[in-house]
Design a protein around this ligand. Structure first.
Ligand code: DX5
Ligand code: ZN
Length: 223
């Protein structure tokens, strides 16, 4: 399967959100990546339900909703009702992660767990087969436009090896500092879904940048 490109609307122009959503609709992008930040789990506040619902009203592709919030279990149903197709919670934000994952799945949504840069992938071993996707953070969450943390590549390799043994269909998504200069090595490491904010929206031609990210061909390099 070809890799997935998920533009992050955190880097969109919020005064022209409908225009930027249409750009993504018309592009080769696969999903909309929607970053929800609460100012507690991460040192930034982004947006909540009203913006999610506005995106949902215009988006013609699945919403990949990344919750950077404490106590995400309180809001699972509301995010699913608001249009999430994939719901990501942070490992570091969930004491009872298994229960939260089951809540997401019981609500009819695909379940993903995100790992901060310092969190080892091995901690997901006993829950991996319950997940549709793991999100490997390649920056500390909270802001767009940060520099890629190289150790993420080793984490992806380790996670793909673990998944090959017990859950080969697992999607591995990478989020933070992803762009045309590193996407090939991330594919080669075993990731197959890519969030990109700054790389797309700071580009002079966002539609073309999405196409470039989508059409990178790392088949010859795959391990
Ligand atoms: C960071 C967010 C990312 C962010 C990525 O906390 O989770 O999704 O929008 O932005 P770039 O691609 O600019 O690093
Ligand atoms: Zn994100």
């Amino acid at each position: 399967m070809k890799h997935i490109i998920a533009p992050s609307i955190l880097s969109a122009d919020f005064a022209n959100l409908q225009r930027d959503i249409e750009m993504i609709n018309q592009s080769e992008a696969d999903w909309f990546h929607v970053d929800v930040m609460d100012g507690v789990f991460v040192p930034n506040i982004s947006f909540g339900f009203p913006v999610l619902k506005a995106v949902k009203a215009h988006a013609k592709k699945p919403l990949d909703v990344h919750l950077m919030i404490v106590n995400p279990e309180k809001y699972i149903q509301e995010f699913v009702d608001g249009g999430a197709a994939i719901l990501t919670v942070h490992y570091e934000a969930c004491t009872h992660l298994h229960r939260v994952v089951q809540m997401i799945k019981n609500a009819g949504c695909k379940a993903c767990v995100a790992l901060n840069p310092h969190t080892p992938v091995g901690l997901l071993k006993d829950i991996l087969t319950d997940l549709d996707m793991v999100l490997v953070m390649s920056v500390n969450p909270g802001f767009g436009g940060q520099q890629f943390i190289h150790q993420a590549i080793n984490k992806i390799i380790e996670l793909r090896q673990m998944a090959n043994e017990i859950h080969p269909e697992l999607i591995i998504e990478v989020d933070g500092g992803v762009g045309i200069s590193n996407i090939e090595s991330l594919i080669k490491a075993g990731a197959n879904a890519f969030v990109a904010g700054n790389a797309i929206f700071a580009s002079s031609n966002p539609t073309q940048m999405i196409a470039d990210l989508k059409n990178v061909d790392a088949r010859s390099q795959q391990i």
